[in-house]
Structure formats: C-alpha cells, structure tokens
Design a protein around this ligand. Sequence first.
Ligand SMILES: O=C(O)CCC(=O)C(=O)O
Length: 262
Amino acid sequence: MRPQVAPPAVKKPPVALPAMDILAANSSLPDQLTSAGHATVPSLYTPAEVAALLRCIEGAPATSPNFRRSQDVFAIPNLLGEVPALGPLLATPALRGVLGVLFPVGCHLTKAIYFDKPAGSNWLVAWHQDLMINVASRAEAPGFGPWTAKAGWVAVQPPAAVLENTVTIRVHLDDCDATNGALKVVPGSHRGGVVPAEIIASHTAGATVCAVPAGGAMLMKPLLLHASNRSTGARPRRVIHLEFSAQELPAGLAWRERLALA
Ligand SMILES: O=C(O)CCC(=O)C(=O)O
C-alpha cells in the first residue's frame, strides 16, 4: 500500500470581509468618535496590502522638494499629489466600507501625509489639536482665520463646524506602541472645542496611548488633544495620515488636496 502523504499546508491569504460585514464590524465607530473622539480599527489592510503600500512609497522618486527628510523626520505632505499611485492601493473595499459608515452621504479626502519616525530618531510632537486646513488660495470668508502661508502652502483655521465634520484615519504600516511613538490622546477632549494653547498642558490628565498593529488604523477627530513621544525602540513607525470630510467650503475657498477617494 502506498503511504498516505498529507498535502502541503496552504497558507490562505486573509479574506476581505463582504460589505455587510464591514458595516457590522464598524457600526459603532461614529458613536466612539462622538464620545471619545478616537477609535481603532485593528485590521483595515491585509499584510499584502501593507506591503504594497510600503513598496509604492519606497519606490517613489524622493527628488521632490516636498519630501522632508532628516535624520529624525521623514514626512511627505500632499502624499497623494506626490505619489498618486497610492490612491488605488488605499481605496480598498474595507476603507470604503469604513468611510461609508462614517459619512453615509459621501466624503472626500482633504489632506494626506506620510510620516516615518525612524528608529532612534528624536522626533516628538507636543500636545495640540489639528486646527488648520490647507486651501488652494486665500479668500476672506466669515469664520475663517487666522491664516498662514509658508513655502507656497496656504492654511487657515476654519469654523469649528468644519473640524467637527472631519475624521482623520491614520493607517499604520508597522506595529506601533508607546516604545515607537504611538499617538497619545485625551479621550473626550474634542468636545471642549478649541483649547487655548496656554492651557493645553492642564488638560492632559487622563491621556491614553493608542497602540495599533500594522495594517490597523487609528481614527480621530481633529479637535482631540494629541501628542506623540520620541521613539525609544529600534522599530520604525510608518503612518499614512488621511483626513476626510463631507464639508464643502464657501465660495472662493477650495481644499488644496481635495480628492474623491471613497
Ligand atoms: O504622527 C505623529 O506622531 C504626530 C502627528 C500629528 O500630531 C499630526 O499630524 O497632527
């Protein structure tokens, strides 16, 4: 009798969730964002999708003056303008599903930045809220201001309603915890509106660290107080920071990076 040989084990690739399951798995996100101002989606991208995102970023010619590279920081603002091939890789059914839950009437991308916190770097971010939006050019509109303009970039603080309508999705490309610069947040702090800079330090009791696995995403409202420590470990911390909104700007103002990704 011929010996029975077990067939080689086949490692199945992670299966994408059907649309109904994405909806069910993420149905509590709007409530979490309303109450705590942040939430975690532990597996938004599969390992293969993360690898493809990293290949795309690493393969981009780093000649643009917009790429900010130093020993401590590597950041690419206007990420999808600089590396357009990332758009289709990011717009998976899972991301579209989450956006559908967050913005049932549709939304657009308003900002995209790639951040690396290289191992051993000294980069940290002090407590702050994300108050500014990037616009194509300056135009006076009620409730918009103050303005800043730097190196061809025009930014403005919009009325709180615009910020309240925005959700940031930080896609983590590495496992991230307190040792490699995970974001710290003050849960619920977005509900207090804009906190004057001089009293932010007195509002950080109750801060929590948002650890996120590679392929996961951390979601937050821009008015949430947040910060990040320098990395103390040897692991990188690569993040794609995406901001989405359903908000249209008043006549004369336009989002600088507006893109229909969803
Ligand atoms: O990625 C970080 O560590 C901080 C980024 C941040 O605070 C921001 O983009 O507003």
